[in-house]
Structures are given as structure tokens and as C-alpha cells.
Design a protein around this ligand. Structure first.
Ligand SMILES: [Fe+2]
Length: 309
């Protein structure tokens, strides 16, 4: 990331958070237990942080704020996320309160200090209007079609297309809407020559290559429309999402990789881990390393190499 961009990001960040004092700037310095250097230009993928308005709040045995502190600390200690940090939605605890976002901004502020460009998606537990009033201008992504937050992020080996699947009034399921699908199709058509990775908060309601459909009631309502846009464009190689609080990798029948990013906060299935994912783009694919917050979890440091179709 160019130096100037980092400085701009920091200035914008501090100017863009409404009603925040300096109290949250004093973050605890956590020990870097596994300070192994990551390859340069990696992306740090974090999801479902569920930061509450009371920092000490716990849910399902986890302190969400403490977990994010640990993730942020590890990203910095590994020198990861220098390509960018993407938070896959459900940044807020349940309803997207202003204090949730102020706390969220405070917790990720060391990343901005560390010259990381931070992008975030909206999930079903976010509130787009409250986020916009509280700290949207602190983040680089601009308003997309129909007031949604979309982003096109070009990088050396791939282009990211970030989508906003938060549907107001829907507590769990999501929807992109025709305008956003058209925006994606046009944006993909303008960039046919580089591998594309599409990302939104919700999982797809489609059969994967094993014939499975995961929890269709809580999925993206216009999954088949998104699937149509993606499968007909060969440059689309992967779809990344959060929402289910699971770490899982699958594929569509057309060979589009489906990457379910884990939650950094808590899980619904006790066999699942909490953590984050470090992604390194290559010319012919994407390398993923899962970083569990519990180093004894069997999937900690699990690596996958996604080869492009
Ligand atoms: Fe969530």
C-alpha cells in the first residue's frame, strides 16, 4: 500500500468517527505469541465481529471485544493484511447501535495506525444508517447503488468486488437487489482479464458440487441471480462470505470456490473454531491460512490452495 494512502486512511479514520473521544485509543498491547512474518501483500479476512456497546459483554462464552483485540494484534504481529483488511459484516453485536460502531472503530484503530486499509461489509446485524452516521466516512468505500456499500478493489493478482447484502427489515436473510446485481455485472464486464473474487455477508442458497444447500432460510434471497452473474463470467473464481460462523470451503458445480469465513466472535456449533483468515493472492489462485484464536483447535494454521477454474 502506498505510504500516502496509509496517511490518508488514518486522517480520514480519525476525522470520520462521530462522537468519539480519545479514551478508546489506549489499546492494550497484547503479546504476539506467534509473531511469524507473513508474505508481503497478504489480505486479512475477518468476519462477524459482533462488537457490543459494552466492551466487556460476553456471549456463548466469548468476549467479542477481546477476541477482536487478539485478531488485530496478530494481524499486526504477523505483518499480515498489508494488501488490506476486509471485515465480512455483522460488525455490530445485534442491532447496529452507534456505540457498537464506536467500539468497533476503536478496536480496529491499531490497524489504521499500522497503515492497513480497512474495508467492511454490512451484515444482517448491522444498521446501514447508524453506521453511516457514526463512522462510514472513516472507511474508504463509497456509497454504491441504492445506498448500498459496494467496493471494487483492484490488486496485483485479483480484483475484489465487495457487496452489501443487508436487507432492511430482514433479521437474518439477505438480499443484494437488482441495482447492485447490475452494478456487479457491469463492473465485472469492465474487468474481464483479471481473476475476480466476490464477497458479501450472506451464504448462497444454491447446491454446491456435493449437492448440499446450507440453511436456505437464512441465505441470500437473490442467490440464484448472483450465481447467474458469477457463473457466466469466467473471471469470477471465488465467492467469500461469513454469516454462518463456520470455517468451511466448498465449490459450485462450475468450479467457483465458496469460502465461508469464520467468526472472530463466537460459534453456534461448538466443534467450529473462532479466528480469521490470511489470504495470499497468486497468479493462478489464492492461498488461505486459517488462524484460530485457540491454538489447540485442529484447524488452526490449516492451509488451502484454491486453484482458479
Ligand atoms: Fe454473525
Amino acid at each position: 500500500m502506498p505510504l500516502e494512502l496509509g496517511i490518508l486512511n488514518r486522517r480520514r479514520f480519525f476525522a470520520g468517527i462521530a462522537g468519539v473521544g480519545a479514551s478508546w485509543l489506549g489499546q492494550r498491547a497484547l503479546s504476539a505469541a506467534e509473531a511469524i512474518k507473513a508474505p508481503s501483500g497478504t489480505w486479512a479476512l475477518v468476519s462477524d465481529t459482533h462488537i457490543p456497546s459494552k466492551l466487556g459483554e460476553r456471549h456463548r462464552g466469548a468476549c467479542m471485544a477481546e477476541n477482536v483485540e487478539r485478531v488485530v494484534s496478530e494481524i499486526l504481529s504477523r505483518d499480515a493484511g498489508t494488501g488490506g483488511v476486509i471485515v465480512g459484516g455483522d460488525c455490530a453485536r445485534l442491532y447496529g447501535h452507534a456505540d457498537d460502531y464506536r467500539n468497533f472503530a476503536g478496536l480496529i484503530e491499531p490497524l489504521v495506525h499500522g497503515r492497513r486499509e480497512v474495508h467492511l461489509l454490512m451484515g444482517n446485524h448491522d444498521n446501514r444508517n447508524v453506521f453511516s452516521r457514526t463512522c462510514a466516512t472513516a472507511f474508504p468505500d463509497h456509497e454504491g447503488p441504492s445506498g448500498r456499500r459496494t467496493a471494487f478493489l483492484p490488486s496485483e493478482h485479483l480484483n475484489w468486488f465487495l457487496l452489501d447484502s443487508l436487507e432492511e427489515g430482514s433479521p437474518v436473510a439477505g438480499r443484494l437487489g437488482r441495482d447492485q446485481l447490475d452494478w456487479l455485472a457491469a463492473a465485472l464486464d469492465r474487468h474481464p482479464d483479471k481473476p475476480a473474487v466476490v464477497m458479501a455477508h450472506h451464504h448462497l442458497k444454491i447446491r454446491d458440487e456435493k449437492g448440499r444447500v446450507f440453511q436456505p432460510m437464512s441465505a441470500l434471497r437473490d442467490s440464484s441471480e448472483l450465481h447467474e452473474v458469477m457463473k457466466s463470467r469466467r473471471q469470477v473464481k471465488a465467492y467469500l462470505y461469513g454469516h454462518t460462523h463456520r470455517w468451511e470451503i466448498g465449490r459450485t458445480r462450475e468450479g467457483i470456490h465458496l469460502v465461508n469465513l469464520p467468526s472472530s466472535a463466537y460459534v453456534f456449533d461448538s466443534s467450529q473454531p473462532v479466528g480469521w483468515v490470511e489470504a495470499t493472492a497468486r497468479e493462478d489462485g489464492l492461498e488461505l491460512e486459517f488462524r484460530s484464536l485457540h491454538s489447540l483447535h485442529p484447524s488452526h494454521r490449516e492451509r488451502h490452495r484454491l486453484k482458479w477454474r
